[in-house]
Write a new protein. Sequence first.
Lengths: 503, 161
Amino acid sequence: MLQFVPEALAQTFDVSILVALAIGTIAGIIIGALPGLGTVLGLVMALPFTFVLDPPTAVALLLAIYVSSIYGGSISAILINVPGTPQSAATVFDGYPMARRGDAPLALGYATMASFAGGIFSLAVLVLVAPQLAKVALLFGPIETFALIFFSLTTVAWVSGGEMIKGLLSATIGLFLALIGPDSMTGQIRFSFDNLFLSAGLTVIPLLIGFFAVSEILYQAATLKDVKILSVPEGGFSIPPWSAWKPRLVTLARSCGIGSFIGVLPGTGATAAVFISYADAKRRAPNPEEFGKGEPSGLIASEASNNAVSGGAMVPMLALGIPGDGGTVVMMGALTIHSVIPGVRLFSEQPDLVTQIFVLLLVANLFMVFFGALGSNLFSRMLRLPVTLLMPLVLLMSLVGAFAIRSNPVDLIAVIVFGLAGFLLRLNKFPPAPIIIAFVLGEPLELAFRQGLVLTDKNFLQFFASPIASILFAISALILLNLFGLGGFVGKYFKRNRADVRE
Amino acid sequence: MDKKSVSGKSLSASKADVIYGLVLGVMASVMMVHTFSSRYEVAHLFGDVSTMFAPRLLLGVMIALSAALVFKGLRNRGGDVLESVNTPRVVLTFLAATATTAGVWFIGFFIAMPIGIFLTGLALGYPGKLALAGTSLAGTIIVWLTLGVFANVALPTGVLF
């Protein structure tokens, strides 16, 4: 891997890649800052632009949007008390009080530097862990693969918190949608009801666009209270002094670690990481009573952990082909369109591309700091754009993106149908991410399961003869037992974190 | 949290859970029955590791989870109400989005899209018609230039035109 670094660096300083990184960073910060858009929506809207780019340039654009949109959510969280992205939900607790007392530039400085630290830390985790995980994964047979994907789907439900049933139901809906179309083992068409479109099976991009983009448009229509343009305070940027950072370095490091670890867990995402990290920081702080009143440690915990998820989420994506969160689902889709298949073979067959991705992630984080500091006033002014003007543009990009995949008008219908379904599910707090992640994992899950049963002559107990599979099943069982309140200590830790955050 | 929506009715979370659980349970049950239709090879419930093996397992889990959701809803009566919903605006926005999609398919991107964006913005309640019209037109032109012309990405041309 190291031998490809000079070449990767040289390629990164190619004009097209630098331009893609710059555009992606600026677009990502704006998308993240505007409430109602979010990382996944931003990536989905950028997808059509990647079709004509070569893989490194396409990855550069998407990585820049991915990294900077997570950070961008902190801008609206701090300035207008509304998180721009779900990943910045905990940033409002201390970011907004800081802005209210006139420390908005300082708060944005803390957010920017903490996000950068989180991004770099998780990049280090990615570089160290992903290649080793890919080597281990080469030893995986169908039984271990099934156990791993099964574990991934249970963690998706785990982070649904009190709505675990809905998280699991969302995952089963996604798995069922993956079954529509040809059976990967026998070729027999399933659940098509003699419809030609369904006979070919569903593809992930229209599903993504429908469940995230169009459902968001309908959700905004349903819940928007005020269409007036917001009064937004001036942003600004101020780097906090070293004396302010020194007592908070341990909090920063712990938050980076928590974010990276949560990110590595398939299907979890940053939203879980920020609450766990915030509650952990508060519990360990010498001044927990100051949290929620503008304590910088709270802001650091939230922003460091949410950006730390970015590199962590790419570990299972690159090494195993299992998306870490909604954003990595889009990136997997984009890579697949460019005939780059994430998973164990990527490291052995295209190590140069993997190294390039590492370098691009590093530069994307650097660009995030640069543009975040430089453009903080501009980005804060963007918050005045009304949602009712943005959402029609989201529809424009959604329809264009859906059609551009395979020039099939039926994908346009799929976007609207899934958009409505996603909206109806969202009204009753069904999370959309498990649907998409389960859809992506559905086919490999079923294939591994059936291959495993064939290998063991239909004796499922033989699955537990594999040590790796047994460990993964055991952890999955603990998580599932928690669904019924029987996995006591797991549930208590998670509930304690949620309770600490609310106090 | 508001107690009433624009339509004057609010749904409690527990009632919603029961409704959603029943709907999902019925849908899963219908699909489960479908797996026993003559078009598939295996007629038995667990006859073989075949085409319908995994779907039946999955649908069984889905039915069980739906039942659990219904049970949860019945057990937690009198809880929170769901977020209030502006039903007329949702319906109008959905109709505008659907009309835009249909328009893009039949009439094509260049004509249907600016009209569709404008109608969707109106449905969402944006007050400035001139700004909305300008944004619709500008957005369409920018996308056509960047994607259609420079990037050579296929844009829907329409059945009629």
